[in-house]
Structure formats: C-alpha cells, structure tokens
Design a protein around this ligand. Structure first.
Ligand SMILES: *Cc1c(COP(=O)(O)O)cnc(C)c1O
Length: 338
C-alpha cells in the first residue's frame, strides 16, 4: 500500500532503530535521562531559546504552551482552521478554561490587521481578556501553506504593543523552513513558544518538543507533569528524535517535490474539481459532484493507494519518508484509469 493518509504513519528506519537501541537512559523526572537532556538542549540551542520540554505529542506541547500563556477566562486568537481549535479535543477549553477568537482565512494565514480586529478592549469587563495569538506553520488544513515571514514579524510587533503572547504550532515547521529558507533561530527570536513534532515528516515514532522562553518552560515543566507527560526512561524515544533532527530534515525537499507531482496529476484527473497545494508536503482536493470522498477512496484503495477524507467531497494526501518518488509516480499514473 502507498500510504498517503498522513506523515504520521512512518516507521523508524534501521538507522533510527539502531540509534534507539544504543540509547543510554535514566529517570527523566529526576533529570537523569541523558538522551532527553541532550534532545532538550539541542532543540533549545537550535532555536536560540532558553529551554525546551520533550513531550509525548504535539497536542501536548501546544496545550502546555496555551496553558502556560493563559489563565481561565482568557481568549486565544487563532485561525478557524487551527489544529489547536479543530483537532485537539477541545483542549483549549478543557485544559486552560480559555476561549478562542477565530479568524476566517482561505489558507490559515492572516494579517496583523486581522489580529488587531480580534483583540478585545482589556478595560471592558464584558469581554474576555485577550492573552495569546497562535499561528500554525505550515497550515495543515491550508494544504500545507507557508506563512509569509514578514507577516509574522508584524504580528510579533502587535503582540509586543498589546502585551500578548505569541505561540507557533510548528508541527511541520521544518517543512516551512525548507521553503522559506529561514533559520530556526529566526523563528526562535519571533515567538515566545514553539511546538515542533518529531513524529511527522521527521520520521520519529513518538514525540514533540516545546521550545520557549524561560518563564514558559518553567511553568510548562509543572504543566507537563500535571498532564501526565513527564516520562521515565524516555531516552529510547528521545534518541529517535535526536536522530530525526540530525538526519531527516534535509530530505523534506523530496517530500515537497513528490507532493507537487501529486498535485499536478490530480489537476489532470477527471474526477477532481479543485486542487489545493500549499507548496510543501500536503495536497487537499475536492471532487466534482457525483463522486463522494468514500467512493473515491475505495477506488484508489483497490489500486493500492490510501488517502484521508477531510470532508464529504474532499480528500487529503500527504507525502513523507515512507513513500518513494517511484511510488508517487505510480500513484500519479492511476488517474487515467479512475
Ligand atoms: C499533527 C499536528 C499536531 C500534533 O499532533 P499530535 O498527533 O498530537 O502529535 C499539532 N498541530 C498540527 C498542525 C498538526 O498537524
């Protein structure tokens, strides 16, 4: 099967498994796991930030950040497409008692002007206290769209003026940096906290890191404990994360080329109506009336391809390190027979 459902389906490679087997481990909660310590130091240094926290999932790193930034009753500004709003089990309300102010956007990116329109007057007791702005790069539901860096700089300036925190859901930040050519430290200088996933395009089996300023990380360490995310001999999985950061970043460009080829083939397919491709590793397309997503998925499954339904007539395909260029070419070729 050519599995294009998600970049989370990757399995550790032989090299990664070997690195995991060789991990030296200790009790992470006692601060004694050398691999976790190394990964946390490596991530913080890479982004030029003061600290970092290794966690089991990207949902947890986002939720820890939101809780560290806010108090119950506060409001978080994000896009209507944000993963933290759509796909984290209502966690913003559940974990932080916070509400969201949602910005309508085409691809999940927005402007400082739009943020400004969503900031409540802090002196009006009717209104929730706006505390945090959250952006996602790349945007999952925006077909892997990348932010314009200058737009994020303008939002940072606004956050400074209005005393708001600025969090980046960087589950696929390395995909974004592959395209925008920015360095991790440029991102580190812009945000108070950044969540990065090791288990997506980077190919680790588990794990995410929250990098941030001293205060967020200090509070975050307690929140991670309260959320049940402080692990013990986690070095085995941290080692996979170290391996991923060292070996699997450069190859992301290959995933992008593969996704671009898929997007091109889907444009040519007689069943597709509109193809959205944000320039990274995600393609989202809608089908012409007459074919539903489950019908389309059955057709391609019979030809050895898996994809994900994102709506009644919309489907997502994601490239990753477990699909080769040859497999993508094979997937592109089936369009003629659909
Ligand atoms: C996958 C993802 C996350 C985190 O997901 P987990 O499955 O909890 O690791 C966060 N944000 C975005 C945009 C994602 O795609």
């Amino acid at each position: 099967m050519i599995d294009l459902r998600s970049d989370t389906v990757t399995r550790p490679t032989a090299g990664m498994l070997e690195r995991m087997m060789k991990a030296s481990v200790g009790d992470m909660i006692f601060g004694e796991d050398p691999e976790v310590n190394e990964l946390e130091r490596m991530a913080a240094d890479m982004f030029g930030m003061e600290g970092s926290l290794f966690c089991p999932s990207g949902t947890m790193t986002n939720q820890i950040a939101i809780k560290a930034h806010t108090r119950p009753g506060d409001e978080v500004i994000c896009s209507r497409m944000a993963h933290v709003y759509l796909f984290e089990g209502g966690g913003v309300a559940f974990n932080s008692g916070a509400s969201v102010a949602l910005i309508d956007t085409e691809n999940g990116t927005f402007t400082a002007e739009e943020v400004k329109q969503h900031i409540n007057n802090p002196d009006d007791p009717h209104k929730a206290f706006t505390r945090l702005v959250e952006v996602e790069n790349t945007v999952n539901r925006g077909a892997g769209a990348c932010w314009d860096f200058d737009q994020m700089i303008r939002i940072r300036e606004l956050c400074n003026q209005r005393h708001l925190g600025f969090h980046l859901d960087g589950a696929r930040l390395f995909n974004a940096m592959t395209v925008d050519g920015r360095k991790p430290e440029e991102y580190g200088a812009l945000f108070d906290s950044i969540s990065i996933c090791l288990s997506k395009g980077l190919g680790a089996p588990v794990g995410s890191v929250l990098v941030g300023n001293r205060e967020i990380i200090r509070q975050g360490a307690r929140i991670r404990k309260a959320f049940g995310g402080a692990m013990r001999q986690a070095g085995y999985i941290a080692a996979a994360g170290i391996y991923a950061l060292k070996n699997n970043v450069v190859r992301l460009a290959e995933d992008h080329r593969n996704a671009e080829a898929l997007a091109g083939a889907l444009e040519q397919c007689r069943l597709t109506e509109k193809v959205n491709y944000g320039g990274t590793n995600i393609v989202i397309f809608t089908l012409k009336p007459g074919t539903t997503a489950p019908e389309f998925l059955e057709k391609i499954k019979a030809k050895g391809i898996l994809a994900l339904k994102t709506g009644e007539r919309s489907i997502r395909m994601v490239t990753h390190l477990d699909v080769s260029g040859a497999q993508v070419a094979e997937a592109c070729n089936i369009r003629a027979s659909l």
